[in-house]
Design a protein around this ligand. Structure first.
Ligand code: PHE
Length: 334
């Protein structure tokens, strides 16, 4: 059919023009030239359709639609291609470069030290156990050989808690020491025992650069036949050296705790100065009696170290309050 030549010619020249377009502006010109609503060459094609005889109409109409659809589709495809080429060229984005790391925060310095202590003590064969922070008087005082009239039990020196369990089962308080965990462990376990427990303790101290009403302790307890004070000193020395370095020294000074006999204060020499790091001693026979151990058969040592002390020394922090202020400028240094 002669009449179809016009469609072929339209299609060929449109596709050639599309292929030749090098940017979206020149492609838009092609679109207007061929498919433009007002004066596009498609209008001439429509006129051609109008001149077809009734017999030619179906074939001509079909071809008209075919050509228009094809040219439109090619235009769209070319536009997409030009767009993505332009995008690639515009940015220097190199997909082979490693991505930017999202900021994911980091562990609190105290948490880091606690994690390291757990691991160190684990290597010495000490299992980590946990205890509750809200305690009764048996675990915080009585079983630890701290009698009713002892000044350590003064309500002004402890955080007693008014709550339902207090009303039902006697006074409860925020534990003032992790020694509570010694009792909880011995109540449920037979010797030999080798545990550490790390966690928060609470005391209504006046807050200053070295005191906080909440801080962290690491409690240690070893009970077996023939446990000695020499072993206590060895464990503490090894622990301190593993954490801070081979030059660290440990010193014991005589002291008193109701739950150990004899009792000592533990000092650590790091650099040129001695620093008190906690208390320790041999478990008092009264404590063994309170948990049903035979003091004739077993001996044991216990220690309680202040974690903040180590943390301050280790990271060079001179004010304990910095640890609890949630100041990102401080925390993000670690
Ligand atoms: N509980 C003692 C304190 O908080 C430390 C300690 C623990 C002392 C174990 C002796 C034995 O000061």
């Amino acid at each position: 059919m002669e009449i179809l030549n016009a469609f072929n010619e339209f299609e060929t020249s449109a596709l050639n023009a599309i292929a030749a377009a090098t940017d979206s502006e020149s492609l838009e010109k092609v679109r207007i030239e061929f498919l433009g609503q007002k004066n596009g060459r498609v209008k001439d094609l429509q006129k051609v359709v109008g001149t077809a005889t009734t017999a030619e109409k179906p074939a001509v109409g079909k071809r008209f639609n075919e050509v228009r659809t094809n040219v439109t589709a090619q235009l769209d495809a070319k536009l997409e291609q030009l767009k993505s080429q332009a995008q690639k060229a515009a940015s220097d984005f190199d997909v082979t470069l490693p991505g930017e790391r999202p900021k994911i925060g980091q562990l609190h310095p105290i948490t880091r030290v606690i994690t390291e202590f757990r691991e160190l003590m684990g290597r010495f064969g000490f299992t980590v156990v946990d205890g509750p922070e809200i305690e009764d008087e048996r675990h915080n005082f009585e079983a630890l050989n701290i009698p009713e009239d002892h000044p350590a039990r003064d309500p002004l020196d402890n955080f007693y808690v008014a709550c339902a369990s207090a009303a039902a089962g006697g006074p409860v308080l925020l534990r003032s020491q992790t020694s509570t965990v010694q009792i909880r462990t011995m109540e449920t376990t037979k010797p030999p025992i080798r545990i550490v427990s790390l966690g928060r303790v609470y005391r209504p101290d006046t807050i200053d650069a070295t005191h906080s009403c909440m801080f962290h302790q690491m409690e240690g307890l070893m009970v077996d036949r023939h446990v000695t004070m020499a072993q206590l000193k060895t464990v503490l020395s090894l622990f301190a050296r593993s954490f801070l370095g081979p030059d660290v020294e440990i010193r014991f000074r005589p002291s008193f705790f109701p739950f150990t006999e004899p009792s000592v204060e533990v000092d650590m020499k790091w650099g040129n100065s001695w620093m008190e790091i906690g208390g320790a001693g041999m478990v008092d026979p009264n404590v063994f009696a309170a948990v049903g151990y035979d003091p004739e058969e077993y001996t044991g040592f216990a220690f309680g170290l202040g974690i903040e002390r180590f943390c301050m020394k280790h990271y060079g922090v001179d004010d304990i309050r910095r640890f609890y202020e949630n100041d990102m400028r401080f925390l993000s240094q670690f």
